[in-house]
Write a protein that binds this ligand. Structure first.
Ligand code: FAD
Length: 471
């Protein structure tokens, strides 16, 4: 069979790859999108962002129903139908991944399902169900993403030792679930299973959960975990795991003791590793760093002049919207624009209960880097809107350069924080001052007012909190 010839081949159809393919087609390029899975959308749509958020939404309803008792509305005990829950979740994924396929078709992006393997700097072999297909291209965009890390000694072939992928299947509700890792994935999925009724023990090797979030923002999440998990163990080290009948026997060092316990399931959420092995990169000029991520410059260019890389495979923050932003930068460089990943604000959201969201500079990073900042804070206990829905366990803060009064960062913890951080992104990205935020009239009663009032509190005159006078 003659090789397929194309301007651009995109390998991997996650939020990086499909965004790159679509944008390149919009720019008039002939594009081939190669994906080894049966459905498009990558980790994010199939086994990451979307299914986890769907399940968090579902289990949050249980909490809402319980709490509504104090508002004079009482529901009975929730009954779980896991088969129906899985079906509902699959329906969401199908709708979204099908939508991506339709958008590809509408744009004239050719989709080829199969595993891509580089034979050279400008040739890719695709192992598809209908045999091997050769592709010759001008430029390739590598967007093959990452997978959950599962340390070898724990990889016993026992499906009850799960990564996030298995956990999202919700095969059953384990009575006792050990979650290893207090990062965002461990905390989000721990929240799902706690909502479903599992007894959660969380083991984190570091001395805090949600490393990366400012401590005052992580605090309400730690409080939630303390109340809703059986135990949160910090500085805990899992030493070994083995199958013991239907249980997993775990040995763990904690508080100078060795604990030997049995769990029904274990969720390993200790990080993600790049999918850079076994795709023929040794046949190209692409170089990897010591952790296996593809080395790129700020134009997404790898060390091979014909190959660019975006998303998780290129390292940095491993988030879907970072992958999609890099997709645009890669395509812009291919079509001859001078586009760089510089001063780009990438927000982070942890969809726990409450949610944590931040963008730009954090207080922790300012301290580490010796940057002088001033902070305006607004506690949600003073927000009328937060009181109406009974979630005053939140905080909004603006991190400001005291010289120029420019907003350097925004941090929010509270119910729906992820929906609010967009305003922070706009403020930081457009170089807004704290006065701009304070002077912008925000609708009442909404949680967006907390951004305005945090800015006002920087000046010492937030309406709903008393601040000592600013000199
Ligand atoms: P991926 O989404 O990993 O896609 C890579 C694609 O490449 C895959 O479809 C894969 O099958 C394909 N592929 C790999 N090798 C080959 C090959 N040789 N040939 C052909 N195809 C290949 N991020 C957020 O921003 N928000 C969230 O809320 C969020 N929640 C998450 C929850 C979980 C449980 C997990 C695991 C991740 C979450 N993420 C979240 C992270 C997010 O999913 C990733 O950052 C994002 O999917 C990365 O996109 P990508 O395009 O780089 O790669």
């Amino acid at each position: 069979m003659d090789p397929i010839k194309t301007d651009i081949v995109v390998v991997g159809a996650g939020p990086g790859g499909y965004a790159a393919a679509f944008y390149a087609a919009d720019q008039g390029k002939k594009v081939l999108l190669v994906e080894r899975d049966a459905s498009l959308g990558g980790v994010c749509l199939n086994r990451g962002c979307i299914p986890s958020k769907a399940l968090l939404y579902a289990t949050h309803q249980i909490r809402e129903a319980k709490e509504s008792e104090e508002r004079g509305i009482t529901f009975g005990e929730p009954k779980l139908d896991l088969a129906k829950m899985r079906e509902w979740k699959s329906g969401i994924l199908k709708k979204l991944t099908g939508g991506i396929a339709q958008l590809a078709k509408a744009r004239g992006v050719e989709v080829l399902h199969g595993k891509g393997y580089f034979e050279g700097s400008q040739s890719l072999r695709v192992e598809s169900d209908s045999g091997q297909i050769m592709v010759e291209y001008d430029k390739a965009i590598l967007a093959v993403g990452s997978k959950s890390a599962l340390p070898k000694p724990w990889d016993l072939g026992n499906p009850r030792i799960m990564t996030s992928r298995g956990a999202l299947e919700i095969e059953d509700v384990p009575e006792k679930l050990l979650v290893i890792g207090g990062g965002y994935i461990g905390m989000e999925l721990g929240t799902v299973y706690a909502g479903l009724g599992s007894e959660i023990v969380l083991a984190e090797a570091m001395d805090s959960i949600l490393a990366g979030a400012d401590p005052d923002l992580a605090l309400p999440v730690a409080k939630y975990a303390k109340e809703n998990f059986k135990e949160v163990r910090l500085k805990a080290k899992v030493k070994s795991m083995k199958t013991s009948g239907k249980k997993i026997a775990v040995s763990m060092e904690f508080n100078d003791e060795v604990l030997n316990e049995e769990y029904d399931r274990v969720l390993v959420a200790v990080g993600r590793v790049p999918n850079s092995a076994d795709i023929g990169l040794e046949n190209t000029g692409v170089e990897l760093d010591e952790r296996g991520f593809v080395k790129i410059d700020n134009r997404q260019q790898t060390t091979d002049p014909n190959i660019l890389a975006i998303g998780d495979i290129a390292g940095g923050v491993m988030l879907a919207h970072k992958a999609s932003k890099e997709a645009r930068i890669a395509v812009e460089n291919i079509v001859g624009e001078d586009s760089k990943f510089e001063d780009v604000v990438i927000p982070a959201v942890v969809f726990t209960d409450p949610e944590v969201a931040w963008c730009g500079l954090t207080e922790t990073d300012a301290k580490k880097q010796g940057i002088k900042v001033q902070v305006g804070k607004f506690p949600w206990s003073a927000s009328g809107r937060a009181i109406t829905f009974g979630r005053t366990d939140g905080l909004t803060k603006v991190i400001v350069d005291p010289e120029t009064e420019r907003v350097l960062g925004i941090g929010i913890v509270g119910h729906g924080a992820g929906e609010l951080i967009g305003e922070g992104v706009l403020a930081v990205e457009t170089g807004a001052t704290v006065e701009d935020l304070a002077l912008s009239v925000h609708p009442h009663p909404t949680m967006s007012e907390t951004v305005m009032e945090a800015a006002e509190s920087f000046f010492g005159h937030a309406t709903h909190v008393f601040s000592p006078k600013k000199k």
